[in-house]
Design a protein around this ligand. Sequence first.
Ligand code: EPS
Length: 381
Amino acid sequence: MFRILTAGESHGPLGSVIIDSLPAGLAIDIDYINNELKRRQHGYGRGARMKIEQDSVEIYSGVRFGQSTGAPVLLTVVNRDHNNWKENMSINKVQASQAVTAARPGHADLSGALKYGRDDIRDILERASARETVLRTAAGALCKLFLQEFGIKIFSRTIAIGSINVQKEIRGSSEIESSRLRCADPDAETEMIKLIEQYGEIGDSLGGITEIIADNVCIGLGSYVQYDRRLDGLIGQAMLSIPSVKGVEIGPASENSSLAGSLVHDEIFHDQEKGFFRKTNRAGGIEGGISNGQPICVRLAIKPIPTLKKPLHTVDIKTKQACSAQKERADVCVVPAVGVIAEAMLAIVLTNVFLDKFGSDSLLDIKSVFKVYQSRIANGK
Ligand code: EPS
C-alpha cells in the first residue's frame, strides 16, 4: 500500500518523510522537488521565518542512479532556524527554558496540551506547526513526477484573499507562477497586497480561497464500493488535513446546492472521435466517488491563521489566570502556500488510487496495464 509518514518539529534539526511503495523505475529529478519546495515558500504575507529557510531535500534511500528502486524513499529537509533553537529544542534534559503556557485560540495549543498531558505548549505547537507541510510537498513532488508519466498535471491558483475576489478565469499559467499571490488578476492582486499590508501592520491575519485542478485524469480512479474508497472522500480528508483548511468543495458544490438538478448534472454525449464526453463540468470531475475523465476541481476555504501579533484573550494553562495569547513570529496570510501544499496532497491521493487500480511495483508494468485499460475505455467498453 502506498503511504507517506512524516516526522520532525518546526524548530527541530530537520524534518523527514518516508514514501513507502513508490514504484520502481521512476526518474527522480531533485531540482524538480526543490523547485516545488521553493514554490511553497514563495508568497506575499509569509513571516520572517521564510527569509531564514531555504528548503531543499536530501535523499537517503530508495533511489539509485537517478531512479526509484521500489524500496522506501527517505527524504529530509533541514530547518536552518534550528541553529537559533538548539537549547530550546534539546533532546537531552537541560535547564528548562521558559515554558509556553498561554494557549492561542484557534491553534492545537489547549486541546493538545490537555490531550497529551504536557505543561509546556511548545511540545504541542512544534509538531502542530504548518512547517510539516514542507515534507508533504516533497513527497507530493515525487507523486507529481509519477502522475506526469501518465499525462496528469496539477495546478493551483488563488481565488480570494479576505474579501477580495479574483475576477479572471486563468489557470496553470506563467502569470500565476510569477504572481506574488498565485493570482493572475493584477488588479485583484494589488488590492490583496494592500490588504495583507494593512493586516500585517495591525498584527492580524487573513484567510481566503484557493483552487486546485488536476488535468487529464483518466476515468475510473476511486470507487463507490466502500466509503473509504470514494475519491471525493479521500480528497476531502487530505485537504482538511492541511493546517488552516476548513472547507472543501468539489466542483461548484455550494452553488450547485441552490440550483435545480437539471441545471447541475453534466449531460453525457458520444461521438466517434471523442468517445463519451461532457459539455460542462459541474461535478468537478468526480461522480459516484470515481473520476469521470473531466478535470478534478477542488476549492478550499482557508481560515486566517491563529497566531496573531494582536493577541486574543485566553487563559494561562498553569495559573488558570486570564492573559493574552502567546505572541509568536507568524505569517499574515498563507493562502498562496496552501495552494502549493494542496497540489501535493492531491498528487498523493491520486497516486494512491492510481496504484490501487493499475498495480504498484514497476513503472513499466503499470504503463502496460494502463495502456490496455485506456484502449478498452477508448472502445467504450
Ligand atoms: C507556523 C509558524 C511560522 C510559520 C510556519 C508555520 O513559523 P515560526 O513560528 O518559526 O515563525 O512560518 O511555517 C513554516 C515554518 C513553513 O515552512 O511553512 C505555525 O505556527 O504553523
